[in-house]
Design a protein around this ligand. Structure first.
Ligand code: GLY
Length: 376
């Protein structure tokens, strides 16, 4: 099978990129997925679009996250128009809570940094925060409110993206595990599964936590991507208890329109083990009870886990390798896969179609430099 562009990995990054490339005139796009598209990290995520609530630095990566978040209203509106599937972008905002003097100090620092660079953020007293969220614990000392940090229903988003890809003629090949990239004279020319060969002018890896399992053919990749498991427990409410996404220093609650509350998340280095554990559910329930004691009487109706793709420095890998033509990487989005999908697709399309390289901070070659300097 041959194509102009071969995308390996059928999660949110792969699908958003496939759609972007078709929108920008690439004729033949094949998207390969080892299992059923969209059923790994993109399905397991909680869909928060919260760069301000999660920020600890105000660097170019923070700006990338904010820029991608700001693309969401148009992205979701366009997908609804194209496919009839509403990804339920909820723009109510996000709260970050303090339970101790130390937490309050951190919130004040975050508030001052963000106000200082002109970002919309409010510092709320406990009473003001409780007016927003009446079920919040009386132990809350104060809070920040981020009007521009939102949430999206990531499972509906991936369904919309898949539908859009189908409408736009992307060829989707499921249940096809790629073991090896084909390299000829320093150029990647496609990839091979156990029984099929895919030829392409450009090959793009959007393989998330599984990226480092793919063999390069002749050369090794100069980076590695590790899985970091995150577990979520789902609490059932008869009616919606909260309006905003709510963070505490120990986790977050994401209230869905249908009354479910997603409580997340763990960070566990357990390889490719995507099972769930009772101890994680108990910890997530304790986190939820701290935010809102009223949730303690509610049932856990579901739980799941996903594998976040993590590179050594925690930053995404977006770009091509200097030494190898025909190959582009878009992976290692770690905690930000849903958030960064629109900007990643734009960066990769700009690189392939307009020759504009993504920022060096995200280059796959940055790890090569590190190993030379440190002698690893
Ligand atoms: N983006 C939140 C998480 O990965 O848990």
């Amino acid at each position: 099978m041959s194509s102009e562009v071969l995308i390996i990995g059928g999660g949110i990054i792969g699908f958003t990129l496939a759609r972007e490339l078709r929108l920008r005139g690439v004729r033949d796009v094949i998207l390969l997925e080892r299992g059923t598209p969209g059923l790994e990290s993109s399905w397991a995520a909680a869909g928060m679009l919260g760069p301000q609530a999660e920020a600890d630095k105000y660097d170019s990566f923070f700006r990338l996250c904010c820029e991608s978040r700001d693309m969401y209203p148009q992205f979701v509106e366009d997908l609804l128009a194209e496919t009839g599937i509403d990804a339920e972008l909820d723009q109510t905002g996000t709260l970050s809570l303090a339970f101790s003097e130390r937490d309050s100090q951190k919130l004040r620092e975050r508030f001052e940094c963000q106000r200082g660079i002109g970002l919309p953020v409010e510092h709320l007293s406990a009473e003001e925060a409780r007016r927003r969220e009446p079920f919040m614990s009386p132990d809350v000392r104060d809070a920040l409110f981020f009007l521009n940090d939102w949430q999206v229903e990531n499972r509906k988003l991936i369904a919309a993206l898949r539908r859009s890809a189908e409408i736009r003629g992307v060829k989707i090949v499921e249940n096809t595990q790629i073991d090896r990239l084909n390299v000829e004279d320093g150029r990647v020319t496609g990839a091979e599964s156990l029984d099929q060969r895919f030829q392409a002018d450009q090959t793009i890896l959007t393989t998330g936590a599984w990226t480092s399992l793919i063999k390069m053919g002749v050369a090794d990749m100069p980076f590695s991507v590790e899985p970091v498991r995150g577990q979520i427990a789902v609490i059932k409410t008869a009616k919606r208890l909260f309006q905003s996404v709510i963070y505490s220093p120990r986790g977050y609650l994401v209230p869905r329109l249908d009354g479910r509350i997603l409580a997340g998340s763990t960070s566990e280095r357990v390889g490719y083990d995507s099972s769930t554990t009772d101890s994680a559910v108990a910890a997530l329930r304790a986190m939820s009870n701290e935010i809102a004691p009223t949730t303690s009487g509610l049932p856990t109706i579901d739980n799941w886990s996903g594998l976040r793709p993590f590179a050594f420095d925690g930053l995404p890998i977006i770009g091509h390798l200097d030494a190898i033509d025909g190959l582009t990487i878009a992976t290692a989005h770690y905690r930000n896969g849903i958030l960064l999908a629109p900007i990643t697709a734009r960066c990769i399309a700009n690189s392939l179609l307009n020759g504009i390289s993504p920022a060096p901070a995200y280059s796959p070659d940055r790890f090569k430099l590190r190993s030379v300097v440190s002698g690893i």
